[in-house]
Design a protein around this ligand. Structure first.
Ligand SMILES: [Zn+2]
Length: 467
């Protein structure tokens, strides 16, 4: 059986400062090597001081992943030499003396499968290496320490995945969960990184390092399974090794040397005391945590009668569920859920949600109310949406500009119905013998009125004509 385990690194966003100093966490906004200080550079005599908010946010992630929380947490030094690591060690967490990471064992459910979480740990991100130059002759490497010391959460799973599809489903659920908690922004470059371990039946475990995005993670796992199966089918043994993901060629390549856990010479970070996780702090965090995606979904179904599938799509997406929360009331909730999931989500790609900056909850409420009061048809509402998203104008302005007002004049509509009946004699004959096919004629009336006709009135008028 194929076994896949993951190590997901997610940057903590919405924090003021780095993990152990007062340099800014939003390192992307600074010129290279200007967001640094003696602490994150590890200069002699400097002492780290832990960012309390980072512990709280990491603990929220652990709680959301159903992890146990330890009584005390500790930090360790992971020693290795690499140009992006100014201190020559990384401050991280480890479970040497019992569970001392922010999160102990937990789980997440995908479909009817349970994926076990091994632990959740808080650590500092290294700096960034930037490669410039095209050929190997003139290539240079630049180092930017602005990111060094920013908070990173690592989520480690047991090797419970059996195929890349389960990996993708897990990543979707995980990124929705992190976004819902308000602790991560997956759209930022480098916000999510991952390692994976993959083994197929009868083969050794292979680790893949250096995967720069969730999108590539699924590809890397897929590539690695295919590669191992190909070796296996030719009776070539699969060595235990570490491979790197080459994101340009989309393949894994053997890494020259493999550091064993022992090589890191972990030891306790003596400059940071053990931190006791008091019960009242945990209780406070649980209270502060936003409503979970599953509880939102249940509420949408039971309180407003929103269909399960719509409730599922709506609750999973923080941006759209926030928009829903801000705009709905008891009466229009179902209509608003419908507009968001069938029209708005189809119109604006999830990655482009920022383009919805001019679209507000007021627009959404106005649209639902206009449909419910019969001012415009659902179809016209759909036609108005792109214009609202683009311009941010009031709905009433757009109805006037695009002439979308409902065709309420029954006499006008009746004339168009007559036209359709005389033009479509074959369909009329059919509709008389089989009333089910009358929808075709309703569609024709809709076409002629550019979707402005009220479908119910049209249907009544048509039925009268066909009698
Ligand atoms: Zn600093």
């Amino acid at each position: 059986m194929t076994k896949i385990g993951l190590e997901i690194h997610s940057q903590l966003t919405n924090l003021e400062s780095k993990l152990f100093c007062s340099c800014k966490a939003n390192y992307r906004e600074y010129a290279p090597n200007t967001n640094i200080c003696p602490i994150c550079m590890g200069l002699p005599g400097s002492l780290p001081r832990i960012n309390k908010k980072a512990i709280e946010k990491a603990t929220m992630i652990a709680l959301a992943l159903n992890c146990s929380t330890p009584e005390k947490i500790a930090f360790f030094r992971k020693n290795y030499f690499y140009p992006d690591l100014p201190k020559n060690f990384q401050i991280t967490q480890l479970n040497i003396y019992g569970d001392t990471s922010v999160g102990g064992p937990g789980h997440i459910i995908i479909g009817d499968k349970k994926i076990r979480i091994t632990r959740v740990q808080l650590e500092e991100d290294p700096g960034r290496l930037i490669y410039e130059g095209s050929s190997s002759k003139n290539q240079i490497t630049l180092v930017d320490y602005n990111r060094a010391g920013t908070p990173l959460v690592e989520i480690v799973t047991e090797p419970d995945f059996e195929n890349p599809k389960q990996v993708r489903e897990f990543l979707n659920i995980l990124s929705n969960l992190l976004e819902n908690l308000g602790v991560s922004d997956p759209s930022l470059d480098g916000a999510m990184r991952a390692d994976a371990n993959v083994s197929i039946e009868g083969g050794n475990k292979v680790e893949i390092k250096n995967i720069g995005s969730f999108h590539d993670l699924e590809k890397a796992v897929h590539f690695e399974i295919t590669r191992q199966e190909s070796l296996h089918s030719r009776n070539i043994p699969i060595p235990q090794e570490t491979r790197h993901w080459d994101d340009k060629r989309k393949i894994t390549i053997s890494a020259r040397s493999k550091e064993e856990e022992l090589d890191y010479r972990y030891f306790l970070e003596g400059d940071i005391p053990w931190i006791r996780m008091e019960k009242d702090i945990l209780d406070m965090l649980k209270k502060e945590m936003p409503e979970s995606i599953s509880s939102k979904k249940e509420r949408y179904i039971s309180k407003y009668g929103i269909p399960a599938q719509v409730a599922d799509v709506l609750s999973s997406d923080k941006f759209y569920s926030d928009l829903f929360e801000a705009s709905h009331n008891e009466k229009n909730a179902k209509e608003i859920a419908n507009i968001i999931t069938t029209d708005l989500m189809g119109l604006v790609d999830t990655r482009e949600k920022r383009e919805l900056s001019k679209f507000t909850s007021v627009h959404l409420r106005d649209l639902a109310d206009a449909i419910q009061s019969g001012m415009i048809t659902r179809n016209s509402a759909k036609n108005a949406l792109p214009e609202i998203v683009k311009t941010g104008k009031d709905l009433s302005r757009i109805i006037a500009d695009l002439d979308l007002g409902n065709m309420s004049d029954e006499f006008e509509l009746s004339k168009i119905v007559d036209e359709v009946v005389s033009e479509e004699s074959e369909a009329v004959k059919q509709a008389k013998s089989n009333p089910q096919t009358v929808n075709y004629l309703v569609g024709k009336v809709m076409q002629k009125t550019k979707g402005k006709a009220d479908p119910k009135i049209t249907m009544t008028l048509l039925k009268k004509k066909l009698e």
